[in-house]
Write a protein that binds this ligand. Structure first.
Ligand code: NAD
Length: 364
């Protein structure tokens, strides 16, 4: 009997449905080639869920996600919901699903492929050869600590608490060591230990866990220094691990070394093999519905899904090879095209990837 995997698909808002459709076509071809079955179940998240269900994260969406082996998500948000109160904003759906599914490790690769060197705003000699991963802690820290707002006689006061438990730090540090172990075995733990107590605990736990990974070199870097080094000499990095807010900022900065937001994939992992996969970019309301969005970040996120949640490494490699082959042949969507008049659309890009993929043997 064929192996069956369940994949929850949450297209979301804006360009979400357009780009997710192309990634699903790629997964269908992978299933055919690898002799497995993917059962897709669709759910609503973000603005569309606010409109239909009155909440950015309906119970039904959570239930079908929990039943799945992995989740593929498009993007959420748009101007229509920008003035909504906090709990009725599309982003609340994202924060909610991360927490509810225990997605504590956000993995963001930044790889400079030679064909895209000209898309970076940095000099080719600085960025060519960059191949790093930022691992961001996703469910703790200042984004989830207590929040307060109150008035005093001198005006309003706002407070956001940054809290980390030792266990939360340990599990993300372990994930990072495991990733580094399969790469160049260099891990940089980023904190602000000269100022923050939570960072001092972070550093202590990182040192303790390092004893279990003698084959991996651990170094520490302050977040401000890391921000500078990422732009000055990004090739020095292999794996970077950091807490939630620092990771939010540094992962965007690292991603931009490679030039295009339309190419960047991400994975958010729970304990075990379960994960949620999504492009790094947002719902791009400015180009939604025009059929011109770049679907490659979502297709590359689907490749990460195959690798991390389904253990289909050969299929993941084949999808990535197909994407690079299409780019090497000179095809570009508008966001990465140097000559926009020659840019192709979302579906055409998807079709080209399918055509390349059908030439790639998948031996699982
Ligand atoms: P964005 O990433 O949506 O767009 C930034 C720019 O990049 C836009 O010009 C857009 O057209 C372009 N772009 C993004 N993805 C592209 C693609 N695949 N192909 C071609 N061009 C692409 O960021 P934004 O404009 O700051 O935010 C728009 C909405 O998305 C907001 O509501 C924001 O809250 C939301 N958002 C959601 C996520 C998410 O779902 N994870 C992440 C970031 C922003």
């Amino acid at each position: 009997m064929k192996q069956t995997y369940r994949i929850a698909v949450l297209p979301g808002d804006g360009i979400g449905p357009e780009i997710v459709a192309e990634a699903v076509k790629v997964l269908n071809l992978v299933a055919e080639q690898a002799g497995v079955t993917f059962e897709f179940s669709y759910g609503r998240i973000g603005g569309i869920a606010i409109d239909t269900d009155g909440t950015p994260l309906p119970e039904e969406t959570l239930t079908l996600s929990k039943k799945a082996d992995a989740v593929l998500l498009g993007a959420v948000g748009g101007p229509k919901w920008d003035q909504n109160p906090g709990h009725l904003r599309p982003e609340a759906g994202l924060l909610g699903i991360r927490k509810a599914l225990g997605l504590f490790a956000n993995i963001r690769p930044a790889t400079m492929h030679p064909v895209l060197v000209e898309a970076s705003s940095l000099k080719p000699e600085v960025v060519s050869g960059v191949d790093l991963i930022v691992v961001r802690e996703l469910t703790g820290g200042i984004y989830f600590g207590e929040k307060k707002r109150y008035s005093t006689e001198h005006g309003e006061v706002a407070l956001d608490q940054c809290i980390y438990h030792e266990t939360e730090i340990e599990r993300i540090i372990r994930v990072s060591f495991e990733i580094a172990r399969k790469r160049q075995k260099r891990l940089v733990s980023v904190d602000k230990a000269n100022v923050l107590e939570s960072s001092r605990l972070w550093r202590k736990v990182a040192e303790r866990v390092a004893v279990d990974y003698p084959d991996v070199e651990l170094t520490h870097m302050l977040v401000d220094s890391c921000a500078m080094q990422l732009v000055r000499a990004p090739k020095q990095f292999d794996v970077i691990v950091t807490e939630n807010m620092f990771g939010d900022i540094l992962s965007d900065q690292a991603a931009m070394l490679t030039g295009s937001i339309g190419m960047l994939a991400s994975a958010s992992l729970a304990e075990g093999s379960f994960g949620l996969y999504e492009p790094v970019h947002g719902s791009a309301p400015d180009i939604a519905g025009q059929g011109i969005a770049n679907p490659l970040a979502t297709i590359l996120s689907a490749a990460m899904l195959l690798r991390h949640s389904l253990g289909m490494d050969a299929a993941a490699d084949a999808v990535e090879r197909a994407v690079w082959a299409v780019l090497e042949a000179g095809h570009r969507t508008g966001d990465i095209a140097s000559d926009r008049s020659k840019a192709i659309g979302t579906e055409e890009m998807g079709q080209l990837v399918l055509a390349e993929l059908s030439k790639q043997p998948i031996h699982q």
